[in-house]
Design a protein around this ligand. Sequence first.
Ligand SMILES: CC(C)(COP(=O)(O)OP(=O)(O)OC[C@H]1O[C@@H](n2cnc3c(N)ncnc32)[C@H](O)[C@@H]1OP(=O)(O)O)[C@@H](O)C(=O)NCCC(=O)NCCS
Length: 134
Amino acid sequence: MSASNIFTNLPDGRQPALRVMPMPADLNPAGDVFGGWIMAMVDIAGAIPARRRAKSRVATVAVNSFVFKQPVSVGDLVSFYADVVSSGRTSVTVDVEVYAERDPENPVVVKVTEARLTYVALDDKGRKRPMPAE
Ligand SMILES: CC(C)(COP(=O)(O)OP(=O)(O)OC[C@H]1O[C@@H](n2cnc3c(N)ncnc32)[C@H](O)[C@@H]1OP(=O)(O)O)[C@@H](O)C(=O)NCCC(=O)NCCS
C-alpha cells in the first residue's frame, strides 16, 4: 500500500488536536488499550477547541455520546480530531474522532472511536460565564 493510500481514512486536511502513543501501562487485562485511557484523551482533545472558542477555561459538563468502534493496541499511534459543532449561551459542543495508525510494516489507519462532549465556559472563580462573540 502506498503512503498516500494509508491515510485515505483520515479527515481531509485536518490537524489532530492531540496525537499520542499508548504505553503498556494503559492496557486492560485483555491486552487492549483501556477504554478509560481513550476517554481521558478524548476529554483533553475536545477541551482544546472548546477553550479556544470560549476564550477561557472550560469544564466538561456532559459526554453526550461515546462509541468505541475498534480496539486500540499498544504500539498504535492514536490521533484525536476535535471540532466545535455548536455553541450556546455558556456551552460549546465538540465532536471528537479518533484514528489509530497501526502496523508500521504494513500501515493502516482505522477509525476507533467517536464521541460528542459539551463544555461550559468558566470565569476565574470557576463560575459559568457567557460565551464570547465569535
Ligand atoms: C459546568 C457547571 C459549572 C455548569 O453549571 P450549571 O449551573 O449546572 O449549568 P446549567 O445547567 O446552566 O448549564 C450550563 C450549560 O451547559 C449545558 N448543559 C448542562 N447539562 C448538559 C447536558 N447534560 N448535556 C448537554 N449540555 C448540558 C446547558 O444547556 C447550558 O448550556 P447553554 O448556556 O449554552 O444553554 C457545573 O455543572 C459544574 O461545575 N459541573 C462539574 C464540572 C466538572 O467538574 N467537570 C469535570 C468532571 S470529571
